[in-house]
Ligand binder design. Structure first.
Ligand code: GUN
Length: 301
């Protein structure tokens, strides 16, 4: 961003790229110490079933992040027609492999494979996505666990920018198991960031803008490009954009990436806002790296 652009901005930019880079350096240092002492590096395995374009990009970015921090990574690519039982068998194999600390299965899965069976087959101690019922239960009770990567990343962004959350009204738009639901639990926890009064809005919410306009912190995880506009935001609020949709465009790639927030109108009203790309996305990846390091340490001391 140029200096002149910065002056035009009303809101502080919550820079996920810069913040995640700082955390990346911290992780890389720890990994260097581990390997210098003769121990193996942390190891993340990913299973990708099928050819979904966005999923391929996410998995590639996760592999690149592993390389940058010095982790080992394994990508198991399975054909879209792979049976559910074969996917579960691969998961059990990785569960039993002592040289692997974390396992993720990229979602969504082809329709014939049960997402629930897959996430519940992953060993909870290797579930660095935090999707297993054991880890969701621990999160709900406020116990130490693997917090799923996107909510974990958002929490750390709020923390590193010293956004005051205590006693504030946080509105979470979206109730998915991956983002909205765990995010709402974290923001209401007795801790920092946390201690918010939380409202969860979703597709059946009536007069949704009345809720977002009353929020000190709005977290939008709907998957609807540019859904939240400036008129739906209270002056001075913090706006967190979790969306990242591919919208058809007349360019080389054939699409542009759009968040759930209409940035231009919201940044004039908000006091702090995440950009897309470069906001929540890089924080999600770094959250996964942190969970993998945590898993390594839990098994290796
Ligand atoms: N698909 C979209 N987000 C995620 C994620 O955080 N983890 C996995 N495994 N799949 C996803």
């Amino acid at each position: 961003m140029t200096e002149s652009n910065q002056k035009e901005m009303n809101a502080i930019l919550l820079d996920g790229k810069e913040t995640s880079n700082a955390i990346k350096v911290e992780i890389a240092k720890e990994v260097e110490e581990i390997t210098k002492s003769g121990r193996r590096a942390p190891h993340l395995a990913a299973i990708l079933v099928g050819e979904d374009g966005a999923s391929k990009t996410y998995v590639k970015n996760k592999e690149l992040a592993c390389q940058r921090v010095g982790f080992a990574s394994t990508l198991l690519r399975l054909d879209a027609t792979t049976s559910e039982e074969d996917v579960l068998a691969k998961i059990r194999e990785i569960n039993a492999n002592d040289a692997i600390d974390g396992l993720i299965v990229q979602l969504p899965l082809p329709a014939h494979i049960s997402e629930n069976k897959v996430t519940q087959t992953i060993d909870p101690t290797k579930d660095v996505d935090g999707f297993h019922d054991v880890n969701v239960g621990k999160l709900t009770k406020g116990e130490d666990t693997f917090i799923s990567a996107t909510p974990f990343g958002i929490i750390q962004l709020l923390e590193r920018y010293n956004i005051d959350t205590s006693g504030k009204h946080c509105v979470v738009v979206g109730r998915s198991n991956i983002v909205g639901r765990p995010m709402s639990i974290l923001m209401s926890r007795n801790g920092n960031p946390g201690n918010c009064t939380v409202t969860v809005c979703h597709s059946r919410t009536q007069n949704l803008a009345d809720f977002t306009r009353a929020a000190d912190i709005v977290i939008v995880a709907l998957g609807k490009p540019e859904f939240l506009t400036g008129d739906m935001v209270k002056p001075g609020a913090t706006v967190i954009d979790v969306g990242i949709s591919r919208v058809d465009a007349d360019n080389e790639r054939g699409y542009v990436l759009k968040g759930d927030v209409h940035f231009e109108s919201c940044e004039k009203v908000a006091s702090a806002i995440t950009p897309v790309p470069g906001g929540v996305g890089p924080m999600t990846i770094i959250g996964l790296m942190q969970n993998t390091l945590k898993s390594y340490k839990l098994r290796h001391g």
